[in-house]
Design a protein. Structure first.
Ligand SMILES: C[S@@+](CC[C@H](N)C(=O)[O-])C[C@H]1O[C@@H](n2cnc3c(N)ncnc32)[C@H](O)[C@@H]1O
Length: 362
């Protein structure tokens, strides 16, 4: 990395983050290190409990029915981590919705080769491998659902700052002993981004620009023939993300469950993540021909799908207590429950998805 920075006279923070996370062999996501889960650096919803996958499974079953029970029903999961959500959706369907399981074609799109092997080994070991294939990019003509959990917040971002009314972008340089940050002229794509939004960050504010998230959403919309895109991620609408009181942006490093704003520590061994601008992401989907059905919190989504009632089904007291703790964790509005769920659809007339609206029948 240092050689490249020296050769190029500095690289954008976006390029620095792309290398830190995805550089083959040395990047955070391409290395062996345990990332998601209690033994890793941060906790994601699938790693908390199989109940998360079961609730997503319920939502997928309704989507399948709304689409007229297509065979195959394709579920594309992008950025599948340890493969836990894939395992939990498929094993829920096997148990609770065998008619859906029988027609489901589960496709994983995963950037990291290490994680692809881990996912394959895990799904094979649990006897779920035959339903799953790996592909990249998202295959065209999907009838079904394109799903992701904390994919967009793991994409490399530009960092910008506004000083004296001018928008600048952060570049990373090397002074021979440490990394330095320099403010430079932003590329047109970054300027256009805020022009489209009609609001730059406030004076004196730092913020992130995730062009890759917008591009990914556009690609998902294009790949979808008919069905849904469901995006779980930390983030806000632009008005809140780029509010003048948010002076330092949202980018954080994570190592052993501890957050840090030292982005240059433990390069390749600590995660870097930032919140998603759901206004730009939503609009990218709409420009790609999708309709937005809703943007709700994970707490609302899982509650609407009946996660609290799922507790009652378990007879064993110890298991019930463990499940109760998991449900609290998944719906905690100070933690995972504040993750947003964006649901967009193409070619569908129905607005009434269970996850977005309280339903009487579950
Ligand atoms: C924060 S982790 C989330 C993993 C998993 N979804 C979970 O909830 O535990 C981000 C995942 O997205 C993958 N990833 C990042 N960018 C990607 C891209 N452009 N295409 C596919 N996978 C990507 C990473 O390798 C990793 O598996």
């Amino acid at each position: 990395m240092i050689a490249r920075i020296e050769a190029e006279g500095g690289i954008s923070f976006r390029d620095f983050m792309a290398m830190a996370l995805y550089e083959p062999h040395h990047g955070y996501y391409t290395s062996e290190r345990e990332k998601m889960g209690r033994d890793g650096d941060y906790l994601t919803s699938p790693e908390v409990s199989p109940l998360f996958g079961a609730m997503v499974g319920r939502q997928l079953r309704e989507m399948w029915q709304l689409l007229g029970n297509p065979d195959p029903f394709t579920v594309v999961e992008c950025g599948a981590g340890n493969g836990t959500l894939a395992r939990d959706i498929l094993s829920w369907a096997h148990r609770a919705a065998p008619e859906l399981h029988g027609v489901t074609r589960y496709v994983i799109v995963e950037l990291s080769e290490k994680l692809r092997s881990r996912q394959a080994a895990r799904l094979q070991a649990e006897g779920l491998g035959e339903r799953v294939t790996w592909d990249a990019p998202i295959p065209k003509g999907v009838t079904g659902c394109i799903l992701s959990n904390e994919l967009l917040d793991a994409m490399p971002v530009h960092r910008v700052s506004v000083e004296g009314g001018q928008l600048h972008v952060v570049f990373v340089t090397w002074d021979g002993s440490q990394f330095r940050e320099e403010l430079r002229e932003p590329a047109d794509a970054v300027v256009d981004y805020f022009e489209r939004l009609g609001r730059p960050p406030g004076e004196g504010c730092k913020a992130e620009v995730n062009l890759a998230a917008v591009e990914w959403t556009r690609g998902a919309a294009e790949a979808l023939a008919e069905g849904f895109v469901v995006t779980f991620d930390y983030g806000y609408e632009a008005e809140e993300l780029y509010a003048p009181w948010r002076t330092d942006g949202t980018l954080l490093g994570f190592y052993g469950h501890n957050p840090t704003t030292n982005y240059y520590a433990r390069i390749g061994r600590q995660d870097l993540t930032s919140h998603v601008d759901f206004t730009s992401v939503r609009r990218a989907g709409e420009q790609g021909g999708m309709r937005t059905l809703g943007l709700v919190s994970q707490a609302e989504f899982l509650t609407n799908l009946g996660i609290h009632e799922a507790l009652e089904a378990e007879a064993d007291l110890e298991e019930r207590m463990a499940r109760r703790r998991s449900v609290m964790e998944l719906t905690d509005v100070g933690g995972l429950g504040r993750i947003k769920v964006l649901v967009q659809a193409k070619g569908m007339s129905s607005d009434g998805l269970i996850g977005l609206h309280q339903a009487e029948l579950r």
